[in-house]
Design a protein around this ligand. Structure first.
Ligand code: URA
Length: 429
């Protein structure tokens, strides 16, 4: 076996690492025998030189087996989850997991917190007073068995090597590497003991992957690692320029998710729930995608998805009747008349962070109440001085003038009506 310095040098110079070398490297790091500075050098070498398909698979497997792999075989129904690479206003998991559960899919969902400009499912769920994301494995299993879905956070036992490596990559400018993102996401998801996975790979200015080519390469890499491990995996490339839906924040996104669960809500959020959920039903029940879509749509319209949601939230200790309300509002007005041609989702997300709805460091708390409501959307007509967005005040009260100006500047208003653009761009797998 080559020494760690030889392995770093080999990768730096474009060489390959063997399965055993990768397993050793990840094990040494997970068990604290390899210092951060050597792993950071290796991550940077991978960032520049990449990993081939075989190395990516070995890296994923090593991270997966650095911790516990859950086993829900006794539940006996196909276990399918969904993962999004992260967006603004991306509350899709909240209505999706109960909708899929209402269609007979088991959804053991381990979610993350928001970081940077993107929101996190756990932060949204924790806006519900009493909701516990830190369930032990037995409680997780019992909520799953009873409601068909459970939504929890990553424990120290799930892919601990990824937990440590992700924190290191975050502070060493090595996040944006397709093989490292593949191994990070897939090791966590495969640790849920899944049969299949549906991936929502976001593309655009407000996503990690800015171009369709990069998003396609990431999607293909994740699909091939999953399939190599015997899982059914489907990925969708979806547009992430404007925020999804009308709400960006935490409690306000729970409210919007419940609109979708009652058969209403913004059409883009419903469309993504129906598409991603349709693929989950297809993978679980071996029916056509169209049949999967229509089952999910029915579950939203007939109240069965809402019933699963209420059941899951109650079992996890949440009290939906106590959702916190905004303390006040500040209206953001259009500077001129015209058509809304674009809304910069990255800027809206960063305004959300500045207001306290998100975090820039993983140890920060978020304000569950504060948020942004988009009152106008791409393709809408506005008059000068009309409300285009509303800031929902949290504990800190009214926002600073600079955030109000920044939010106004996130809207491009022009004299031409923009062409409609598709939300779902491509399916892979
Ligand atoms: N999300 C993850 O979980 N890991 C990454 O590396 C990037 C996004």
């Amino acid at each position: 076996m080559r020494s760690i310095v030889e392995l770093i040098a080999a990768k730096r110079d474009g060489g390959r690492l063997s399965d055993d070398e990768i397993a050793w490297l990840i094990d040494q790091y997970a068990t604290d025998k390899l210092p951060d500075y050597q792993m950071a050098s290796m991550a940077m070498a991978v960032y520049f030189q990449g990993l081939d398909a075989r190395e990516t698979g070995s890296w994923t497997r090593a991270m997966l087996h650095s911790g516990e792999v859950l086993n829900f075989d006794e539940i006996g129904v196909s276990r399918i989850d969904k993962h999004s690479t992260g967006g603004v206003g991306d509350k899709i998991s909240l209505p999706l997991a109960p909708a899929a559960a209402a269609c007979g899919v088991t959804v053991p969902m381990v979610s993350g917190r928001g970081l940077g400009h993107t929101g996190g499912t756990l932060d949204k769920l924790e806006a519900i007073p009493g909701y516990t994301v830190g369930l032990g494995v037995d409680e997780f299993r019992s909520v799953l068995a009873e409601q068909g879905c459970a939504m929890v956070g990553q424990t120290g036992e799930i892919a601990p090597a990824d937990k440590r490596l992700y924190a290191l990559r975050d502070v060493t400018a090595t996040v944006e590497s397709i093989p490292l993102i593949t191994a990070s996401i897939m090791s966590k998801k495969l640790a849920e003991g899944l049969d299949g996975l549906v991936l929502d790979v976001k593309v655009g200015g407000a996503a990690f992957m800015k171009t369709r080519d990069d998003a396609r390469r990431l999607a293909e890499s994740m699909v091939s690692v999953g399939e190599e491990m015997g899982k059914r995996v489907v990925a969708f490339l979806t547009r992430m320029e404007e925020p999804l839906g009308h709400m960006v924040g935490n409690a306000c996104e729970v409210v919007e998710s419940m609109d979708v669960l009652s058969g209403a809500g913004p059409s883009d959020v419903r469309e993504l729930v129906v598409t991603l959920g349709g693929a989950m039903v297809e993978l679980a029940h071996h029916v056509s995608f169209e049949e999967g879509r229509s089952r999910i749509a029915k579950s939203l319209d007939d109240g069965s998805a809402m019933e699963r949601w209420r059941g899951m939230v109650a079992l996890q200790g949440g009290d939906l009747s106590a959702l916190p309300e905004p303390r006040g509002e500040t209206v953001v007005r259009a500077p001129s008349a015209g058509w809304v041609q674009a809304i910069d989702g990255l800027e809206v997300g960063l305004c959300g962070v500045a207001l306290g709805a998100g975090r820039t460091r993983s140890d920060q708390d978020v304000d569950p109440i504060v948020g942004v409501r988009l009152d106008r959307h791409r393709g809408d007509r506005v008059e000068a001085g009309e409300a285009i967005a509303t800031i929902l005040h949290g504990e800190q009260g009214a926002p600073s003038e600079s955030v109000v100006e920044r939010l106004a500047a996130a809207f491009t208003v022009g004299s031409e009506e923009p062409e409609p653009v598709p939300l779902i761009l491509e399916r892979i797998g």
